[in-house]
Design a protein around this ligand. Structure first.
Ligand SMILES: Cc1cc2nc3c(=O)[nH]c(=O)nc-3n(C[C@H](O)[C@H](O)[C@H](O)COP(=O)(O)OP(=O)(O)OC[C@H]3O[C@@H](n4cnc5c(N)ncnc54)[C@H](O)[C@@H]3O)c2cc1C
Length: 370
């Protein structure tokens, strides 16, 4: 017997779940499928055996300046306020990232530090983010020295590990994400709202998907779906996979996480510490900081970037290179030939979406299709 739905949504991540909810509230039936055994996509979290909340696919901090995004999600969760701070281990010292005036004070003698700070302010202004490659172009000898230092100690090895590319080979806003900050502010983000769902991301997704017009079917790959008919399909899986890699596979970076539970209350001073040298991992996350959880034990995750290999691991980051964007455009053109088929989210649109940008894109699509 064929089941009929107005909408089929492939993927129960933030793109699929938010779109499902919007459509359901317009009175339309929605079937959401996911091949994983859980909802939430890469935002999925769970409680480990010690009751600590773990982000399975890497640390997720919700942030937005957009009132409409904040109001929408706030219908489905209350929030734990959380200001994200990141530290890096450099020359044996733990310093703020983005590299700021506190980092300069910690790593250089007082006289040198003063020169760097004054020159940064006179060249770029106070409390500004200066992308490292811009700083590298400076004609001033002191700023060049600082740029070379930050490039080597903060940027170069981290980028190689993260992307398997030299910084110069990267395109898009991946570069802008490693600035030098011309002030003492040590928050990683600047958005007005920064928070973690108080009862976890998965609970928030349960609430989003809890609507009489929505049916969720897990452990279901799109290619194995049978006896379903729909008028519209929104697909948040990888677009190249959908089209059987007709033009070749879209490249991705993947990640491996090694979880360790330690018999100690705290491991590090903040949730995320970056390792910017030659260690094989890029960061260590200590999860209990996010919800300020108390426990005599703690769980940490070492994060190892690695190549994406089909069938072996998961797709994490689209690789920001022009040739990859061109390949994606070929798939997009092909998809536009089919009526009522939409590709959404980080895999469907081959974009590095934060949660808020994924939601905004879905809001736009919803306005277009409804
Ligand atoms: C390590 C890491 C850290 C991040 N940290 C942050 C952060 O701090 N803040 C932030 O805002 N964003 C962060 N992000 C980005 C965030 O994860 C994404 O914005 C979000 O997951 C995008 O949601 P999505 O629904 O587009 O994709 P996904 O979450 O990937 O969901 C897609 C879903 O589709 C399913 N699927 C795919 N193909 C099929 C198929 N053929 N059949 C059935 N189901 C299928 C998948 O199983 C998956 O569940 C981070 C990302 C990573 C990788």
């Amino acid at each position: 017997m064929t089941e009929n739905y107005k909408n089929l949504i492939v993927g129960a991540g933030i793109s699929g779940a938010v779109l499902a909810r919007l459509l359901a509230e317009k009175g339309q039936s929605v079937l959401v499928i996911d091949r994983r055994s859980h909802i939430g996509g890469n935002c999925y979290d769970f409680l480990d055996e010690n009751g600590l909340n773990i982000h399975k696919y890497g640390p997720h901090i919700f942030r937005t300046d957009k009132e409409e995004v904040w109001q929408f999600l706030s219908r489905f969760t209350s929030w734990q306020e959380y200001k994200h701070k990141v530290r890096a281990k450099i020359d044996g010292k733990e310093v703020p990232i983005p590299f700021n005036f506190t980092s300069i004070d910690a790593l250089f003698d007082a006289q040198k530090a003063q020169v760097f700070k004054e020159k940064l302010i006179s060249n770029y202004g106070e409390n500004k983010k200066v992308p490292i490659l811009e700083l590298k172009k400076s004609a001033d000898k002191d700023l060049q020295e600082l740029a070379d230092y930050v490039y080597e100690k903060v940027f170069y090895h981290y980028t190689l590990k993260q992307w398997d590319l030299k910084p110069e080979e990267l395109e898009g806003d991946a570069l802008a994400r490693v600035p030098v900050y011309t002030g003492y502010y040590d928050g990683y983000f600047t958005e007005k709202y920064q928070a973690i769902p108080k009862f976890g991301y998965t609970k928030m997704f349960e609430n989003i998907l809890n609507h009489p017009n929505i049916k969720v079917q897990l452990n279901t790959d799109f290619k194995d779906l049978k006896d379903i008919s729909c008028e519209r399909m929104c697909y948040s899986g990888s677009i190249d996979e959908f089209f059987d890699y007709k033009f070749g596979p879209l490249p991705y970076r993947s990640l491996n996480f090694e979880l360790k539970t330690l018999e100690q209350e705290k491991f590090q001073s903040v949730a995320v510490v970056n390792y910017t040298g030659k260690e094989p991992y890029t960061r260590i996350t200590e999860f209990k900081h996010f919800l300020n959880q108390k426990s005599p034990k703690t769980t940490i995750a070492y994060e190892y970037p690695t190549a994406f290999e089909l069938g072996k691991n998961e797709r994490y980051y689209p690789i920001p290179k022009q040739e990859n964007e061109q390949l994606y455009q070929q798939y997009l053109k092909l998809s536009q030939k089919q009526k009522n088929l939409y590709f959404i989210g980080r895999l469907g649109e081959y974009k590095y979406y934060s949660m808020q940008s994924a939601i905004l894109a879905v809001f736009e699509l919803f306005k277009k299709i409804i």
